[in-house]
Design a protein around this ligand. Sequence first.
Ligand code: ADP
Ligand code: MG
Length: 385
Amino acid sequence: KNVQELERLETVSENPGTGRSRILVFVRLRPLAKKEKEAGSRCCVRILNRRDVYLTEFPHENDYLRLKRLRGRHFTFDASFPDSATQQDVYLTTTAELVEAVLQGRNGSVFCYGATGAGKTYTMLGTVENPGVMVLAIKDLFTKIRQRSSDGNHAVHLSYLEVYNETVRDLLSPGRPLVLREDKQGIVAAGLTQYRAYSTDEVMALLQQGNLNRTTEPTRVNETSSRSHAILQVVVEYRVKDASMNVVNRVGKLSLIDLAGSERALATDQRTLRSLEGANINRSLLALSSCINALVEGKKHIPYRNSKLTQLLKDSLGGACNTVMIANISPSNLSFGETQNTLHWADRAKEIRTKACEVNEELQQVPESETDQAKLLLELQKENR
Ligand code: ADP
Ligand code: MG
C-alpha cells in the first residue's frame, strides 16, 4: 500500500459521536407500488443479512448461493433496509447517533439520493401518519433537550432551502433568490430564514408547507420537481458551564438533504461524466458526482465551486462532519438500470473519508460589569504572557 493510502487508513476511526471519518452508506428499498404490481412489474432486489443487496432479474434466484454467483450485482452496505423497514427503523439506524453528536456541538448531515420515485422524500419528510427522518430527528432532539434541560440552555433554529436550476431559494419564506456567502462557519445563504422552533408539533406543518414551496416542473404539474434539492438545516445552540464554571457556547448543525432525482445524472467514471456535461441535466448533481470522485481518489483540489449544491455541502462532504448517505431504490424490474446505477454510486461513496468531526465550542465571555470585564482582560493578558 502506498503512503497516501496508509495515511488515509490511519485517520479512519469508527467511534461514532467523536470523530468517525468515514461516510456511512445505507440503502432503503421501497415497497412495490400497487400500480407497478398491476402493470405486472416484478421485484428485482433481494436484501439479505440486513446488509447485502442483490440485484436479479430472475424471480427464482432466491437462495443465497445462487445470488452469490451474480457478478457485479452484489453490494454490501452499513445497513440495508428491506421494504418492510419502518420510518423509525431507518431513523434509529441512520440518524439518531448524529442527533446526539449535534447536541454535543458537532456537525452532521444525512442525504437521500436515488432516482425520482425511489422514496427519497418519503424517507426524509414522510407523511403525517408516518413522519420521516427530518421530523423524527427534530422530535428526538427536543426529547433529548428536555432530558438535559437542567444543565444548560438550548436554542433550536430551522432553515429550509432549495437549490433549483442553480438558484437557491428559501422554502420557509419564498421570494427572491438567496446569495451564497462565505463566512467563518463556511458557506451560508445570506438572508435565509432562521425559524426558532420550540416544539415538534409545529415542525411537520412547517416542513410540509415548505415542501409545497418547492419548485414544480412545468411538465409535471402535480409533482414537486425531480430536479430540486431540498436542504433542512437544524442548528442547535447550547450554552453550558464547563468544569471550571466558564460559560461555553456549543453549536451543532444537522443538515438533512433530499436530493434531486439521480436518473442519468450520476456517472461513476470521468468519461461518462464528460459525455453528460452539456446534456440538459442537473448541474448540481453532476458537480456532486465530480466532488465525490475527487474525494474518493484523494485529489487535492475538490471542485466544490462548480455548483450551488456542492458549495452548500462542502462541510458535509470533506469537512469535519458526521455524514450519512441513504440510497433509495425501487424494487421494480422496470427500474433495474437506475437501481444498479444508484447502488454502484452508493458503493463508491463508502470510500469517501472525511475529516474527524470536532466539537464547535467557543468560550463565552459574559462579564457581569465593566470591572469584571477589566479583570477578565487582565487575566487573559497574564495567560498570554
Ligand atoms: P422520490 O422523492 O424519491 O421521488 P417519493 O418519496 O415521492 O420518491 O416516493 C414515491 C412514492 O412511493 C410516494 O407515493 C411514496 O409515498 C411511496 N413510498 C416511497 N417509499 C415508501 C415506503 N418506504 N413505504 C411506503 N411508501 C413509500
Ligand atoms: Mg421527492
